[in-house]
Write a protein that binds this ligand. Sequence first.
Ligand code: GUN
Length: 301
Amino acid sequence: MSVNIIDGKAIAALVRADVSEAVAELKETYNYAPTLAVVLVGEDPASEVYVRNKHKFTREAGMGSIEHKLPANVDEKTIINLIHDLNMDENVDGILVQLPLPKLINTDKVIGEIDPAKDVDGLTEISAGRLSLGKPGLRPCTPEGCVILAKHALKDGDNLSGKHCVIVGRSILVGKPAAFLFLEQNCTVTIAHSRTKDLDKVCASADVLVAAVGRPLMVKGDWIKKGAIVIDVGINRVANTNPKSKRKTKLVGDVDFDAAAKRAGAITPVPGGVGPMTIACLLRNTVLASCARRKMARPDI
Ligand code: GUN
């Protein structure tokens, strides 16, 4: 049986199309467009690319997009003052502080200043607490994207309920929230990490395997259960050893894709898998945050 390569770009485009439709309806009914404010500190090239894409897709969805660029040597108080201004600004519906922040800035403190009603990244303690308690709230974008991709990979009429989901990685941004989100789908969830014993065997028991460790090609092909759904969150830049390619480096995931694809039922590629979903879910969160804060009906997106 051939493997289903999960097309993250196409699925993200579907989510964005739903978001655009909801935005158009809000404009028509209430004469406003949800607005996302992004704070970028410093000149990390990867972060600059992310922020540029966020801006582009936010505008394409018909939403307002505000960008605040601060120099790498800015003091914490200035960032916090900016966040307070954005919290108070009636026209701002979502606030995202691009990570990582420069080393001297206390990231927890900065994130903790974001009004939870505008926390479209789902990273404040209130958002994380609501997720862990199973209460409604804003969910982190990358793990939300993983759930959407896993659902798309299911065979007709199937659902995630009862499936064993193994998440490799316990980060605050992906691993931990992903565990709660798959639990919400009634999966049996295992969180594995660098100290997990017999990691290969744990992974081999997964119906859904989410790899989010940030180590290139760490998950081997023979760790994959036949027919499993494999969601690869890793984006690692490594040397390109292909003599036919002019590029010195290439992007690979945390999973050895070629070997895993021989056993998996469905697998996300890197790039073009989880990556595009993060921004799509961010736009969705901005619309949801906007409707909740302005006391409008939650759109079905
Ligand atoms: N940097 C890389 N991924 C993310 C993300 O999901 N949110 C934020 N704020 N920064 C990031």
